[in-house]
Design a binder for this molecule. Structure first.
Ligand SMILES: Cc1cc2nc3c(=O)[nH]c(=O)nc-3n(C[C@H](O)[C@H](O)[C@H](O)COP(=O)(O)O)c2cc1C
Length: 378
């Protein structure tokens, strides 16, 4: 038997595999191996991004739904708040709108509109603007330190341009095959997203897997580590220093955390959403495609229950996302979490209220360091 496998904590190996200043930190020029997940749609604010970067992690702006002009402004605002590196996250899925079943879907959505007292929508086509080219153009022009992607890899010409501009690229994946594709496409690090993760599943192609690939973080990370050379960042259910150390032991060089920051002081998550998060448990979330047409993990609520009872297939992404937007916005206005998308991972009982993002980072690092010291002296 391979002795490194049978006795992984011999002192030599301990020194080699478990420390917080990983190669990832050097590649991304950060103090601590913690990435803030880009969280599109409100939670991931400029101030949250800058706070994580200032605390030594890599803050990431969730820009997927932002117009190019707004992204440029946000990047400049981040730069006013920090000199440290940060990332901007976008979606690379570019499927055109599919309105083949829009009348049927709008009929179901109208039942929810009626409950919220907002105008019914007749069967007109849904139109989603495609900002992708311009979003990337802004990121290149502004020379952001890091571009991170979900749902796939950047097209080759964009990867080349990013590399020429000295921009690092991070791709989120949910399987070993996707990780290999991401490495071949030239990314500098891979986020291995386990099924515990909040928000959208990063699965590249959901044609034959409408609910995405859902491998747990514990199983996914070491298998991806074994198949790629670039650093792997573990994501999904990681909420504190214990999760960070566990990820490092599995061979990851860092973690990406989303849910943990949703109730931080700098979070842009709606207050009703934050209340729901703090009142929820590991049993509260489901993976659903009813809000956007792509699978995502969030707290179960009336929107999901009502839709699941109707037996109607949601429209593909991004059409379903655009079609449900008026409902989600009206619910947010009314502070009604029954009809909002409440993206969240499975680590919900580990959430804390009233902490700054910097405090969360420091607490996570202190806890990880304490655990590592205990391991070393045992
Ligand atoms: C509210 C929320 C929004 C998210 N939005 C995005 C996004 O826009 N882009 C992205 O790549 N990942 C997004 N994610 C997924 C994260 O990248 C990451 O995989 C996840 O947060 C890790 O699991 P955790 O939430 O248990 O920490 C989102 C996650 C949450 C919780």
């Amino acid at each position: 038997m391979n002795s490194a496998i049978s006795d992984p904590l011999t002192s030599d190996r301990r020194q080699k595999i478990i420390h917080l200043n990983t190669a990832l930190c050097r590649i991304f020029d950060i103090r601590y191996p913690i990435f803030l997940a880009g969280m599109a749609g409100g939670p991931g604010t400029v101030s949250l991004t800058a706070a994580v970067s200032n605390a030594g992690g890599l803050g990431t702006l969730g820009a997927a739904y932002m117009e190019p002009k707004a992204i440029r402004t946000a990047i400049r605002d981040i730069r006013k708040l920090t000199n440290a590196p940060f990332g901007v996250n976008v979606f690379v899925a570019r499927t055109p709108d599919d309105n083949s079943r829009t009348p049927e879907v709008q009929q179901e959505l109208n039942a929810m509109r009626a409950k919220l007292g907002i105008p019914q929508v007749v069967a007109e086509d849904v139109k989603t603007p495609d900002h992708f080219e311009q979003q990337i153009a802004v990121l290149l022009e502004e020379k952001v330190p890091v571009i991170s992607t979900a749902f796939g890899v950047l097209p080759p010409h964009m990867t080349e341009q990013a590399k020429a501009a000295g921009i690092r690229i991070v791709t989120m994946v949910t399987t070993v095959d996707e990780a290999i594709l991401a490495e071949q496409a030239g990314c500098d690090a891979i986020v291995a997203q386990g099924s515990e993760a909040g928000g959208h599943r990063g699965t590249f192609d959901i044609t034959h897997r409408p609910m995405g690939s859902n491998i747990g973080t514990m199983a996914l990370v070491p298998q991806i580590v074994a198949h790629v050379q670039v650093p792997v960042i573990a994501a999904g259910g990681i909420m504190d220093g214990r999760g960070l150390v566990a990820a490092l032991v599995l061979g990851a060089q860092g973690v990406q955390m989303g849910t943990r920051f949703l109730t931080s002081i700098e979070s842009g998550a709606h207050i009703a959403y934050q209340h729901k998060l703090l009142a929820s448990t590991e049993e509260s979330t489901v993976i659903t495609n009813v809000f956007s047409g792509r699978p995502a993990r969030g707290i179960s609520n009336e929107f999901i229950t009502m839709w699941d009872q109707n037996g109607v297939e949601p429209l593909p992404f991004p059409t379903q996302n655009t079609a449900t937007r008026d409902i989600r916005n009206a619910a947010a206005k009314e502070h009604n979490s029954d009809y909002m998308s409440l993206w969240a991972g499975q680590g919900l009982r580990l959430l804390t209220a009233g902490q700054s993002a910097g405090h969360i980072i420091q607490e996570t690092i202190d806890q990880a360091q304490t655990i590592l010291t205990q391991i070393k002296s045992s």
